[in-house]
Design a protein around this ligand. Structure first.
Ligand code: HEM
Ligand SMILES: N[C@@H](CC(=O)c1ccccc1NC=O)C(=O)O
Length: 265
């Protein structure tokens, strides 16, 4: 009955070289020593953990969106669509995960909130990179990165210079022979929408862009609800008005023409 013996066999699949372990592969000794609370407050570990998890997902989103942009420029629309499905799934997780932080009471947050200032989500380099890559370029935000490293600042500047996802979509339309000048773009979007027999791939890709835009807006709304629940009408540690500032940001769109298109259909 040796075959049924409990426990792992002597040598498992993939162990032939014997170099990798679970923790080594995932760099867990480094990862799991990076949570450093500034206070004794019990909920600060939750606060740090959730932000670190967001930043890891932001890193993956930047990677996948860059690849989707390359695929659109290369005319590989099926590949871009495949990557957008992953982006959407991650973005849904980003929204859901607000629930975890909302298990913290405002009283428990106040035990360590003062220690955080002037740090704030304002200073998330990767969040701003996602905005710039998606098409919402606003160089005034470079001013909020006075404490960023040179490497981070140059990443942000590079994102401001690089083509956006919208530029890549326009390239895909142009490859199909559709005009993309400012004056003609709405007509081209309408052509795609009305002739799905010829252009369904371009239509579905535009829908994927719109879903990326929509899930980001939903995250912004979810974030501001959480902010009102935690700090009410207080101003933010980053120096903004807090919830009113964030409510203004929740109205922003990455691809305004795709929303405007609805009115013309
Ligand atoms: C208790 C929870 C939270 C509170 C009270 C809060 C509060 C705020 C406030 C007031 C701002 C405006 C900037 C300022 O003046 O500080 C802000 C911005 C921001 N927060 Fe949070 N936040 C919370 C959790 C999170 C989490 C979990 C993330 C995930 C990464 C996050 C990401 C951001 C980002 C990216 C911005 C910049 C938004 C923009 O400029 O459009 N926040 N937050
Ligand atoms: N801006 C928040 C503090 C906060 O949430 C925060 C602080 C440091 C690092 C990230 C944060 N998250 C989002 O803004 C506040 O005003 O309470």
């Amino acid at each position: 009955m040796d075959g049924d013996a409990p426990g792992p066999p002597d040598r498992q699949f993939g162990e032939e070289g014997g170099r990798l372990s679970y923790g080594g592969y995932l760099c867990l000794p480094a990862l799991l020593t990076q949570q450093q609370p500034q206070s004794e407050a019990p909920d600060e570990l939750l606060f740090i953990t959730i932000h670190q998890v967001y930043e890891l997902w932001f890193k993956l989103l930047l990677h996948e969106l860059e690849a989707a942009r390359t695929a659109m420029f290369g005319g590989e629309l099926w590949q871009a669509r495949h990557l957008f499905q992953r982006v959407h799934a991650v973005e849904r997780v980003l929204i859901e995960q607000v629930d975890v932080l909302e298990t913290m009471t405002p009283q428990d947050f106040l035990e360590f909130r003062a220690k955080l200032a002037p740090a704030s989500g304002f200073q998330s380099v990767q969040f701003r990179e996602l905005e710039f890559l998606s098409g919402l370029k606003d160089e005034r935000y470079l001013g909020s990165f006075r404490h960023a490293s040179d490497a981070e600042l140059s990443r942000l500047r590079r994102r401001l210079d690089e083509p956006t996802l919208w530029d890549a979509y326009l390239a895909a339309l142009a490859q199909r022979g559709l005009p993309v000048s400012d004056d003609e773009i709405m007509a081209s979007l309408l052509t795609v929408a009305r002739d799905r027999r010829s252009h369904d791939d371009l239509w579905q890709l535009a829908e994927d862009l719109l879903t990326h835009d929509e899930t980001t807006a939903l995250w912004r709304m979810r974030h501001v609800q959480m902010v009102e629940r935690q700090i009410g009408t207080k101003s933010g540690t980053g120096g903004s008005t807090g919830a009113p500032y964030l409510r203004g940001r929740a109205r922003l769109h990455y691809f305004p023409l795709l929303w405007e298109l609805r009115a013309w259909l």
